[in-house]
Design a protein around this ligand. Structure first.
Ligand code: 13P
Length: 237
């Protein structure tokens, strides 16, 4: 059964969250769908026993970091997952500098980490995709001997596909996902799940479902309307 992750990004007010929860009530398999709402609404999902994660964590547990949210505080709200390295974080918040520290901190705190990796359009066009993905994996995993790396999940999200309705061909996704899996196996002796993210929606899900080596999806825009999200989930095996 594939994992389905709903990344709400910076969307919704409280009223929308309560409506959303009402709409999905008793219609979701709580073992395989994970919600990543804004930190403010994590406890609303937790209260109804959904699996819930944060969209990011701070790179330190506590301290003088104005505006940040500690992993310890997020754990109190009930998260068991966190995204790390989403391309929007890398782009707007310079997260490349913190990925390694964040991954280590999250693993140390027994969270499951969904590590987002992906190439830009320019990198793709210059045949740099493999190189970029391997570099992002190596950076995230370096100096990490003491923590349980089996708690990592990789989300392959080509940056040019996020929010654009454009997705790579099935063959391309298959090849890249396999490359990621082989790299993790050969270099780190890890068998990790690999998800695909980037414009997954009701129009392309049937096609994506033909990719045999995918372990799930990280879904942004198409998770924001509960009825449509439920339709998507019904199609995903
Ligand atoms: P979209 O599904 O809106 O393209 O977003 C993908 C994403 O960034 C999920 O993390």
């Amino acid at each position: 059964m594939k994992l389905i992750c709903a990344n709400f990004k910076m969307n919704f007010l409280k009223e929308n969250i309560l409506n959303y929860l009402e709409n999905i009530h008793e219609k979701i398999n709580k073992d395989r769908v994970i919600f990543f709402p804004s930190n403010l609404y994590i406890s609303d999902f937790k209260k109804e026993n959904y699996l819930v994660g944060s969209q990011d964590i701070s790179f330190k547990e506590f301290g003088s970091l104005t505006g940040e949210t500690s992993i310890k505080q997020l754990k109190e709200l009930g998260i068991s997952y966190t995204l790390i390295g989403h391309s929007e974080r890398r782009k707007y918040f310079n997260d490349n500098r913190y990925i390694n520290a964040k991954v280590k901190l999250a693993l140390k705190n027994d969270l499951k980490v969904i590590l987002c990796i992906g190439e830009s359009l320019k990198e793709r066009d210059n045949n740099l995709t493999s190189l970029v993905l391997k570099k992002e994996i190596d950076e995230a995993l370096k100096n990490n001997n003491c923590f349980n790396l089996n708690n990592l999940i990789i989300a392959y999200e080509p940056i040019w596909s996020i929010g654009t309705s454009v997705i790579p061909d099935n063959k391309v996704i298959f090849k890249i996902v396999q490359e990621i899996k082989d790299y993790l196996k050969n270099k780190y002796d890890l068998n990790l799940k690999v998800l695909y993210g980037g414009s997954v929606n009701l129009e392309n899900i049937d096609k994506l479902e033909n990719i045999s080596n995918l372990d799930g999806y990280l879904i942004g825009g198409a998770s924001l309307q509960p009825e449509k999200f439920l339709d998507l989930i019904r199609i995903i095996k």
